[in-house]
Design a protein around this ligand. Structure first.
Ligand code: NAP
Length: 226
């Protein structure tokens, strides 16, 4: 693959490895200190990607919250916020959702033919760049190449677990940042960081620990390079 962005995966999880509670309503895990780190990570990215269930369930804004970071992006000739990217089988998004309306930001959606043609028209009328691929799910390799062609050099992936694992399986992730909160959510059905159909032991991803950061609030940030 040519023109492939450097891809960083960022995840916030509890000490028992959960990225949400069993209610799957996008429970807050990051501490205020960690949110500042994530904001810097976002500000340094050209685009931020999330999966369909996160998009529909959590409706993330995916914007840079700190004004000085937004100003620095503008001063560097970038957009105020990174491009927002959705990977979603059926892009049945409410036109009033935060993902579509909080910005300003360019929005790119990769979807499949499961999205109704009138919905695709509506999204395009709202200024969204929509790419439709054949098949049951979005072709992630094509999507990543397409983002490279759009000028994305630094891509931040913010979950969920299904998207994370599929990208790992395709060897597309360069770096993983894991924030571990001093919390336990429990629940066997609560989502985890990589939660598609799993790896056989011989195909387990081998990581290289690059750094460990400990916050005063008992949170930890592990940075792994793949
Ligand atoms: N703590 C954190 O850092 C964090 C971050 C993000 C999300 N979350 C949590 O994670 C949960 C959602 O994660 P999730 O694993 O259910 O869903 P997800 O990864 O957000 O979305 C996965 C869905 O995207 C669609 N998709 C289309 N093409 C795909 C492809 N090639 N590869 C992968 N997915 C593709 C599929 O939808 P269909 O099944 O409809 O085909 C798939 O099930 C929520 O509870 C959310 O709050 C936590």
């Amino acid at each position: 693959m040519t023109n492939v962005p450097y891809i960083t995966l960022n995840v916030a999880m509890t000490a028992d490895g959960k990225t949400d509670t069993i209610a799957r309503r996008g429970a807050l895990i990051s501490s205020p200190l960690d949110m500042m780190r994530v904001d810097q990570l976002r500000a340094a990215s050209d685009a931020i990607m999330v999966g369909g269930h996160t998009l529909l369930g959590d409706d993330p804004r995916l914007t840079v919250k700190t004004e000085s970071l937004r100003k620095a992006r503008l001063a560097a000739g970038k957009g105020e916020n990174p491009i927002k990217v959705g990977i979603i089988t059926n892009a049945d998004l409410n036109r009033n959702c935060r993902f579509l309306n909080n910005g300003p930001a360019k929005i790119v959606i990769f979807t499949t033919t499961k999205t109704a043609p009138e919905k695709i028209r509506e999204l395009r009328d709202l200024g969204v760049n929509v790419f439709v691929t054949e098949g049951l799910r979005v072709d992630l390799k094509k999507a990543i190449t397409q983002l490279g062609n759009l000028g994305v050099k630094e891509l931040l992936v913010e979950g969920g677990g299904t998207l994370n694992e599929e990208l790992l399986k395709l060897n597309l992730i360069n770096e993983i940042n894991i924030y571990i909160a001093p919390l336990i959510f429990g629940g066997s059905s609560a989502p985890t960081f990589a939660s598609s159909d799993g790896f056989e032991r011989e195909y387990a991803k081998q990581l290289k620990l690059d750094s460990i950061q400990q916050y005063d609030d008992d949170g930890l940030v592990l940075r792994y390079i793949i």
